[in-house]
Ligand binder design. Structure first.
Ligand code: 6GU
Length: 368
């Protein structure tokens, strides 16, 4: 059972929101529980005030530490142990799917919703473990953000979604956006449902969906491609693969860094950069089945796999900026590792290097 406690001045907002729909059903079924605890119930002020003017002046009111602290103590004693306390604030780390997944492992979570101009810093220092924002815009309070988080964390909890595969398959867990969906009727205002979906050919349908997912992600969210965390995992995998081989390992890291740097300075598009960086990491594996196995293990799309293989197996004989940058990165590291003479470096740079950044780095590493 997962328990959420929300410290708030507007408990009915939390309850009304979460009692509805899927989180409400999960609560009825005893899979999750949420409780909104009214901070105002803990004030010692005889007029029931929970806020006061800010020391040092300035606009608005600040929530006082005492009611917040006592409210927290009440929840802590109820749980019986120290728990993560998440303060919702635009100054926090921006919430994402990875954080939702991780928080879904906790049995208890406490959310602290601020209002007005914020909460007295001292009580935050005493009780808060995580500062979390839900995006770069400003809201009037932490209630909606806490509901957003509880919704997204809960759907990662087993039994909350009626169909347990859906949480795994969607956008962000594969880092691809979802493919388009269609339902009846087959023709709507002269627009037909794509033929392949009516074919009953499951392999073809799967392929078509994957293709549209990739196209959609490239077009709408190219940033997701580069920031999917796969790159770091792949680097770790390769370092373990070459365990004990110091020069190999350092060579991979050097080439990756150079490729990344050149790509950035050359302003190459995100998709090409992603391919290039993947190729830079796995290029040592050489050709064949091993490479296939690694790329498939990381669930890369088909198009990327075939391009990476062309680059890696083609030993730099391919055309294309991705291949060129990898070639230059590789050579720059070689220049250093094999202690090439200035003459050789100048020669290679002028005959084989094409990017401005690659040539510039060459100039910088010359001995004279
Ligand atoms: Cl967590 N709180 C407030 N007040 N505004 C926000 C936010 C949180 N995240 C984005 N904007």
């Amino acid at each position: 059972m997962k328990n959420y406690y929300v410290m708030t001045l507007f408990p009915e907002m939390i309850i009304n929101g979460l009692e509805t729909s899927i989180t409400g059903r999960a609560k009825k079924n005893g899979i999750i529980n949420f409780e909104a605890v009214n901070i105002r119930d803990f004030t010692n002020d005889k007029h029931g005030h929970v806020d006061d003017y800010p020391y040092g002046g300035g606009a608005g009111m600040v929530m006082q530490p005492q009611p917040v602290y006592d409210c927290y103590k009440y929840i802590e004693s109820k749980i019986g142990k120290k728990t993560r306390v998440i303060y919702l604030t635009p100054q926090g780390k921006v919430f994402n799917q990875q954080m939702a997944k991780e928080m879904a492992q906790e049995d208890n979570l406490v959310f602290l919703c601020g209002h007005y101009e914020g909460i007295d810093e001292r009580v935050l220092e005493m009780i808060v473990t995580d500062y979390v924002s839900i995006g770069d815009y400003v809201l009037t309070g932490g209630e909606l953000p806490s509901m957003v988080m509880i919704d997204s964390i809960s759907r990662m909890v087993k039994g909350v979604l009626s169909n347990d595969v859906s949480a795994e398959e969607e956008s962000f867990s594969t880092n691809l956006l979802e493919y388009p969906q269609y339902t009846r009727p087959e023709v709507f205002m002269e627009k037909k449902v794509p033929e392949v979906l009516l074919s009953g050919h499951h392999a073809n349908i799967e392929k078509w969906r994957k293709k549209l997912s990739v196209e959609r992600t490239v077009q709408r969210r190219p940033d997701l491609f580069l920031n999917d965390g796969k790159k770091d995992e792949l680097i770790e995998y390769m370092l373990e693969y070459y365990e004990g081989d110091a020069s190999r390992i350092l060579n991979i890291l050097k080439v990756c860094l150079l490729a990344d740097y050149i790509a950035k300075r050359e302003n190459i598009d995100e998709r090409t950069r992603y391919i290039l960086e993947t190729a830079a990491i796995v290029r040592g594996v050489g050709s064949g089945k091993k490479l296939d196995r690694i790329l498939l293990k990381f669930n890369f799309d088909e198009e990327l796999i075939s391009r990476v293989k062309l680059i890696v197996e083609g030993e730099h004989n391919q055309s294309g900026l991705d291949n060129q940058i990898l070639f230059e990165s590789d050579y720059l590291v070689k220049m250093q590792e094999e202690d090439m003479s200035d003459e050789e470096i100048i020669n290679i740079c002028s005959s084989k290097f094409k990017t401005g950044t690659g040539k510039w780095i060459c100039e910088q590493i010359l001995h004279t």
